[in-house]
Design a protein around this ligand. Structure first.
Ligand SMILES: [Mg+2]
Length: 272
């Protein structure tokens, strides 16, 4: 009798779940009354986000990173504390290098597809931090971005001029030189970091840039406004921006963006 009642309840429950919740929620597999709650539970409970902190509560770190790279997550101040290890492993392991290689492979394929005028007016805009050079030696000591950005300590590091090159970007840089496209270095770093930035770039195998543009003292606007206004000046001077690459969306948004833009990965910080 008890068995018959149990089976009846299961059949009724199964019918209710199928008709009221949609096929994706059907999860009946255990023929006991004790399993009824589990049988009724929609599958989405099993997929409930497990990681994250602060305003990103409940978001797994890989989903958070995708949101950042796709520019769906904006205006964030620091990597969620629970994602520090995730970002550290991503940056220091092979994943970051692999993702960067995909970007640069696409950029080089684009360069190969161009019909260049060869008139000396074709330029390519490069950002500096996390684009031509990597500040991982600094960020590895600062929680891979989980520690809020400190401009004083970062600028002290930048003044050392010791940041290693991002090898993939250097590959693109040299490709452009070989086909006569002039690199333009456009960075949000302050003007007083000009000498250390130039020294750093040369130490890391970058040379022959057309110009190095830094943020003038007293500039109060956003990085996006600064960079787009500098690109406008280039265009007004008759240059054709055939490409533009950076690790921040603020490097590649804002007219004139350039004929094509490329976004390198950077889950460590956000610059608007
Ligand atoms: Mg950058």
């Amino acid at each position: 009798m008890a068995m018959a009642r149990t089976m009846t309840l299961l059949l009724v429950a199964a019918a209710l779940v199928v008709t009221s919740c949609g096929a994706w929620k059907v999860n009946i597999r255990m023929p006991t009354v004790a399993a009824m709650d589990d049988a009724m539970a929609p599958l989405i409970h099993a997929l409930r986000p497990l990681l994250g902190s602060g305003r990103h509560a409940g978001v797994p770190c890989d989903s958070w990173r995708l949101g950042v790279e796709a520019y769906n997550v904006r205006d964030w101040k620091a990597v969620p504390a629970s994602c520090e290890d995730y970002v550290g492993h991503y940056m220091l392991g092979s994943h970051y290098r692999r993702d960067s290689k995909v970007v640069i492979d696409q950029a080089i394929a684009y360069v190969d597809s161009l019909k260049l005028a060869g008139n000396g007016k074709e330029v390519w805009v490069f950002d500096v931090d996390e684009t031509t050079v990597s500040n991982l030696p600094y960020y590895a000591k600062h929680g891979f971005g989980a520690t809020p950005f400190n401009v004083t300590s970062f600028n002290a590091y930048a003044q050392e001029g010791s940041a290693p090159a991002l090898p993939e970007t250097r590959r693109l840089y040299n490709k452009l030189l070989s086909v006569g496209i002039k690199p333009v270095i456009l960075t949000g770093r302050a003007e007083y970091l000009r000498a250390s930035t130039a020294t750093n770039l040369r130490r890391q195998g970058y040379s022959g840039w057309m110009t190095l543009l830094l943020k003038a003292p007293g500039f109060k606007g956003s990085s996006l406004a600064f960079k787009s206004s500098e690109r406008q000046k280039l265009q007004d001077a008759g240059y054709i921006i055939v490409g533009n690459i950076g690790d921040q969306w603020s490097d590649i948004l804002g007219a004139p963006e350039g004929a094509r833009t490329f976004k390198l990965p950077d889950p460590m910080y956000y610059i608007g």
